[in-house]
Design a protein around this ligand. Structure first.
Ligand SMILES: Nc1nc2c(ncn2[C@@H]2O[C@H](COP(=O)(O)OP(=O)(O)O)[C@@H](O)[C@H]2O)c(=O)[nH]1
Ligand SMILES: [Mg+2]
Length: 319
């Protein structure tokens, strides 16, 4: 959706394009002379109007309306730019093309009653001037929309409508390995705006239900107090997605985190996300005692089928 937004042509270039097209118009000679001049002026006005309006209309259509966006995308956009300004710019573009249509209609009507070539050309010049100033008044909006487009293209391709499992737990407990082990394809990597945080997005089927498994390194893997503003916003964005959390505990000692610090993060994630959290012990191939009801090894595949059953049940509880 966001990568289909075309590049935004800036005011000057749009005006130039329209004028250049209009200047190349040739119409068959016609008598009397004034009829020929009138037809020519009308053709030029229509050309300028046609190109500009088609372009601006198409542009508005390709920029997503914030009224219909999933809250996940709204929160991510809110990390990237001022949504109010975005809306205002879009509505000014809309207003401008309506203004151009109106102006062209009025000038074409007035041309029809002009008796001399001089009068007719004056109407054309006046139209050109007003048209250019309407488009130039859009300069700031077009710059803004162009910047928004650049940001929108970077929005992580999470599908917020798809049932989702977020994998949480301290660094090195095996989150990415689990996402890779469960996902049917190699997980994709995306990033949140203004963070250096990657997101690994994997997909799998639970029965016939396509689900998304997301690992968010640097976001759901450390205490709240360590997070900056953008990371907090990334969590709010993730919270808008319907789904459960798989929280990994690594009791093998290889991650370097104590049991207590992992429990603390667990409580925090549970509280902060308000989501259903499934506790899972990781790396059980390393021989540590199994102390959780769900225990897995992403290396040997131990426990993954049972985990999928637990995930299916969580899905059922969700719908
Ligand atoms: N033995 C064993 N090692 C694992 C397992 N899962 C992950 N690891 C290793 O633990 C380290 C951290 O794993 P990773 O998935 O990157 O952890 P993350 O930081 O939570 O995403 C890597 O060296 C993995 O190879 C497992 O089930 N068994
Ligand atoms: Mg990782």
């Amino acid at each position: 959706m966001f990568n289909k937004i075309p590049t935004v042509i800036q005011s000057k270039e749009l005006v130039n394009r329209c004028f250049s097209k209009a200047s190349k118009i040739e119409i068959p000679e016609q008598k009397p002379w004034i009829a020929y001049v009138r037809t020519q002026c009308i053709a030029k006005i229509s050309t300028v109007e046609g190109i500009a309006v088609a372009h601006l209309k198409r542009m508005i259509k390709k920029f997503p309306s914030t009224d219909h966006l999933h809250p996940f995308y709204l929160s991510v956009l809110d990390m990237s730019f001022d949504i109010d300004n975005y809306k205002k710019s879009l509505s000014r573009v809309q207003w401008s093309y309506q203004k151009i249509v109106e102006l062209a209609g009025k000038d074409i009507r007035s041309l029809k009653s002009k008796k001399t070539a001089k009068e007719a050309n004056a109407v054309l010049r006046q139209f050109y001037g007003r048209f250019a100033s309407i488009v130039e008044d859009l300069s700031d909006d077009l710059v803004m929309l162009s910047a928004c487009r650049d940001q929108m293209r970077k929005i992580p391709e999470i599908e917020p409508e798809v049932p989702t499992f977020l994998v949480a737990g301290m660094p090195n407990v095996g989150k990415s390995s689990l996402v890779a082990a469960l996902s049917t394809a190699r997980p994709r990597i995306a990033t949140f705006p203004f963070t250096t945080k990657n997101i690994n997005i994997g997909y799998m089927f639970l029965g016939h239900v396509r689900t998304q498994i997301i690992d968010t390194p640097g976001i759901l893997d450390r205490p709240e107090t360590d997070r900056n503003e953008m990371e907090k916003r990334a969590i709010s964005a993730l919270n808008t997605i319907d789904g459960s959390i798989i929280f990994l505990f690594d009791n093998s000692g290889t991650s370097g985190y104590t049991r207590e610090s992992q429990e603390t993060l667990f409580s925090e994630v549970k509280k902060e996300t308000g989501k259903n959290v499934i506790r899972v012990q990781s790396k059980v191939d390393l021989g540590e005692e199994m102390s959780e009801e769900n225990a897995i090894s992403s290396v040997t595949g131990y426990g993954l089928d049972k985990l999928k059953e637990v995930m299916s049940v969580a899905l059922g509880a969700r719908v």
